[in-house]
Design a protein around this ligand. Structure first.
Ligand code: DQQ
Length: 493
């Protein structure tokens, strides 16, 4: 085994007893991780790169961590791909970017930071080329390939190149903000990935518009994807702090993107951040996001790890302009011990239907007929006495789906996020509520009716908070529920 992988395995083994550390979601071997970067399928393998501080569980000194997978589920750690270079344009950080196939050569375009990162002129586009196994990377001697933001634009951010091929040329958007206007994606063009010509803003938001979902001052990690006969612009809204990931659906013509609708990608807000999407060899659009912690920096440092990658999500576009979002089917390979119940009338009283399956790493799939219910849903990470529980709820009166973590921990320090996050889920008359909930220690990922997602993080204080219950306020019918124990993706022996 490569010595980096052996070291990483030892570190993972040491942390295997940590009750909050996910088992089947990707985490860094140790220390800090944030955005997914430059994911690419190369020679039949999926390569995941990620923003990584290898020295501490805090955001600082960004590198590109690296892992590889044959099946999108099990990952093997590889050596760090990019590290800040002393005296170079990435001296203070190798920030987010993408990987493309540059005429047969794996090529990373990323953000180099030198000096005070808050100044947009210190954020520049750099390039590195890899060996065919994507393990060793050489930075382009002429870095940066884009040295400054376009003349005449007063930008408040300039980072996160995303590159695609169109009519035998390369196109790139860079995430930005235009002062007093709003977030923006700036469009460039190149013949060779090295020399870039600025064209125009691909799209600019309006930070003064509060009539639709607010899209803030800076757009980070923008991506343009063609889905069916439409285009979707994915971006992350930053306003002095990470807020949430959004997608605009609309049209791309004459090198401009015209947005028609804007939606949140995930109602968990900053728990699903910096979404990164690839198209794989099966022509599937696969998306990952960074699931930040919901506990104090001190707790993260004490744990020696921070940050989780979401499960891979397959996205497509529905007729109503919304994204359909489903977990990748490959994840079914993790399913083990299973229970199933069908046709259960949930009475209109306060009792919960307690499931005979417990665990910290579960997948739950339920189909509920809401009948006359006011609210119904699934409680996870429940202690036997119900003192700790996290509630995935469907509020039928308000057409909302949410995650309520007000009682997800008995910890009284106030250092753990305990709020309610929710968003619209409008069931048409007679439509069933279909919930798929992934529980993985401190991770909760909820998929509802194939188009609404809520990602959350919870830190139960009790080791017996492993139960699952179904509840209703008002009469409902549980058509079916399946619960699987899911296995770990890491070989610990
Ligand atoms: N994270 C990176 C930036 C990007 C931000 C720095 C998004 O390149 O804009 O770690 O989370």
């Amino acid at each position: 085994m490569h010595s980096y992988a052996a070291d990483a395995k030892r570190v993972r083994q040491k942390m295997a007893e940590d009750r909050h550390r996910p088992r089947y979601h990707f985490t860094p071997p140790a220390n800090w991780m944030n955005d997914p970067n430059g994911i690419i399928e190369w020679d039949g393998k999926y390569h995941l790169f990620y923003q990584h501080n290898p020295d501490a569980a805090i955001w600082d000194n960004m590198h590109w961590g690296h892992a590889v997978s044959d099946d999108l589920v099990h990952w093997a750690d590889l050596p760090i791909a990019l590290s800040p270079g002393q005296g170079g344009p990435d001296e203070d950080g190798c920030w987010s970017g993408c990987t493309v196939n540059g005429e047969g050569v794996p090529t990373i375009l990323y953000t180099g930071v030198q000096g005070d990162w808050a100044l947009p002129q210190n954020q520049r586009v750099c390039l590195a080329r890899g060996t065919n196994d994507l393990i060793a990377w050489e930075k382009h001697a002429g870095n940066p390939v884009i040295a400054r933001p376009p003349e005449g634009l007063e930008v408040t951010g300039f980072r996160d190149p995303y590159v695609w091929r169109e009519e035998n040329l390369w196109y790139m958007i860079v995430g930005a903000g235009i002062r007093n206007v709003g977030g923006a994606a700036l469009l460039y063009r190149s013949k060779d990935l090295i020399s870039w010509e600025y064209l125009n803003p691909l799209c600019v938001g309006d930070k003064h518009d509060t009539t639709t979902l607010w899209t803030g001052s800076v757009w980070e990690v923008p991506q343009l994807q063609r889905l069916g006969d439409k285009h979707v612009l994915i971006a992350t809204v930053w306003e002095n702090d990470p807020l949430y990931s959004v997608y605009f659906s609309g049209s791309y013509r004459n090198h401009r993107f015209i947005a028609e609708t804007v939606q949140k990608l995930d109602f968990g807000d900053r728990h699903f951040y910096a979404a990164h999407t690839i198209v794989d060899s099966q022509r599937r659009h696969i998306m990952w996001g960074f699931m930040g912690e919901g506990r104090s920096s001190e707790a993260q440092q004490a744990a020696s790890w921070s940050g989780v990658m979401s499960l891979p999500r397959i996205i497509s576009l529905r007729d109503d302009g919304k994204l359909a979002i489903r977990p990748a089917p490959e994840l079914e390979s993790l399913r083990g011990d299973h229970i199933r119940h069908t046709d259960i009338d949930l009475p209109n009283d306060s009792s919960d239907f307690v499931l005979d399956q417990r665990g910290e790493a579960l997948e739950i799939a339920a189909e509920i007929d809401p009948l006359g219910t006011v609210e119904c849903g699934i409680k996870v990470r429940c202690s036997p006495d119900g003192q700790e529980e996290t509630i995935v709820f469907y509020d039928a009166a308000r057409n909302r789906l949410g995650v309520d973590r007000r009682r997800s921990t008995l910890d009284q320090t106030g250092m753990i996020s305990t709020d309610v996050k929710e968003g619209a889920l409008e069931l048409s008359p007679g439509e069933l509520l279909r919930l798929q909930v992934f529980v993985d220690c401190s991770v909760i990922e909820v998929y509802a009716n194939d188009y609404v997602c809520i990602t959350s993080r919870v830190y139960p204080s009790r080791s017996d908070s492993t139960g699952v219950r179904v509840y209703t306020r008002g009469e409902a019918r549980l058509n079916s529920i399946d619960i699987w124990r899911l296995s770990s993706i890491w070989e610990m022996a």
